[in-house]
Write a protein that binds this ligand. Structure first.
Ligand code: GTP
Ligand code: MG
Length: 280
């Protein structure tokens, strides 16, 4: 597989501004993709945060099974982190986030008062990989569409403050990715889940890897039910070719897009691409 390396200028710029903004806020909301909670973790966030409080938001909870969600909940808690599972489309779980954010605000204002300062709204920035649902979550928190949110990665291009209430202000930030994608397996998962710019990868290669990954996860039956074409002993590459022939007049790009779209929208079912690693 050719390497996925993608770090466009607009992301470099966004990252620079974001690092400055993080210093100004009281709280950071880190949004990840529930199908890949590890691969969608930006490795540098910790060093940017220092001692700043963070809420861990695991979005797209509709695209994993309940049992898997419980496994992640348990895993994160064991590591001393409290994950907030959300659905940026329906708003499920967003109230818990605003409550937790307001609690941080109470602490901020206690401190301010003790220094003779007037209380103010808590300021939080929403960060994460492109397309994980940051803007969608902000819209759900506000219950109306204030910031642009759409299917493709790279929708938010500028930092933008949104006042949620007297007590809470949120900063919508463009998606960020590491300068170097060290782990190519993770990079492929980001591409499959569309949490990285389209320019970064080749659709057919990523679709082939998706099929191979489904086989690895023993979930290949979802292909049979969706396309009426069983994987049997085919490789991902052979499967894509065959699917193209029987459904798309031999056009592999179309077959690849269908596979990717069906996975991304949940048409193939709720499929997590990662499980919590064993804690030892
Ligand atoms: N299935 C599902 N889709 C979601 C969820 N949250 C957001 N989406 C969809 O994911 C896509 C990306 O959402 P955005 O809000 O634009 O994501 P973003 O993180 O702001 O993206 P950038 O600004 O490009 O970095 C949109 O099509 C949303 O409707 C969710 O919980 N489940
Ligand atoms: Mg956005």
């Amino acid at each position: 597989m050719s390497l996925i390396q993608w770090y466009p200028g607009h992301i470099a710029k966004a990252e620079k501004q974001l690092k400055e903004q993080i210093k100004q806020v009281d709280l950071v909301l880190e949004v990840r993709d529930a199908r890949i909670p590890l691969a969608s973790h930006h490795p540098q966030i910790k060093s940017w945060l220092g001692t700043k409080p963070k809420l861990l938001v695991i979005n797209r909870v509709d695209l994993i099974e309940e049992e898997v969600r419980q496994q992640w909940l348990h895993w994160f808690r064991q590591r001393g982190e409290e994950p907030y599972f959300t659905n940026g489309k329906t708003g499920e779980g967003v109230r818990a986030i605003s409550k937790a954010a307001q609690l941080v605000g109470v602490k901020v204002n206690e401190k301010r008062r003790s220094r003779g300062l007037l209380p103010r709204a808590v300021r939080a920035v929403v960060i994460g990989f492109p397309n994980v649902g940051k803007s969608a979550l902000i819209n759900r928190l506000l219950n109306r569409k204030v910031v642009a949110s759409a299917r493709r990665a790279g929708v938010t291009r500028q930092l933008r403050w949104v006042r949620l209430s007297e007590d809470l202000e949120l900063l919508d930030a463009p998606g960020i990715i590491p300068v170097k994608l060290e782990n190519q397996r993770d990079a492929v998962k980001l591409a499959i889940c569309e949490d990285i710019g389209e320019a970064a990868y080749d659709n057919q290669l990523i679709a082939i890897t998706l099929v191979d990954l489904l086989a690895e996860l023993a979930r290949e039956k979802v292909l049979t039910s969706r396309y009426n074409l069983a994987l049997d002993r085919m490789t991902g590459e052979e499967y894509l070719e065959k699917l193209a022939v029987i459904r798309y007049q031999g056009e592999k790009e179309k077959a690849a897009m269908a596979l990717l779209n069906d996975f991304r929208t949940g048409n193939l079912g709720a499929i997590n691409l990662e499980f919590p690693p064993s804690n030892d």
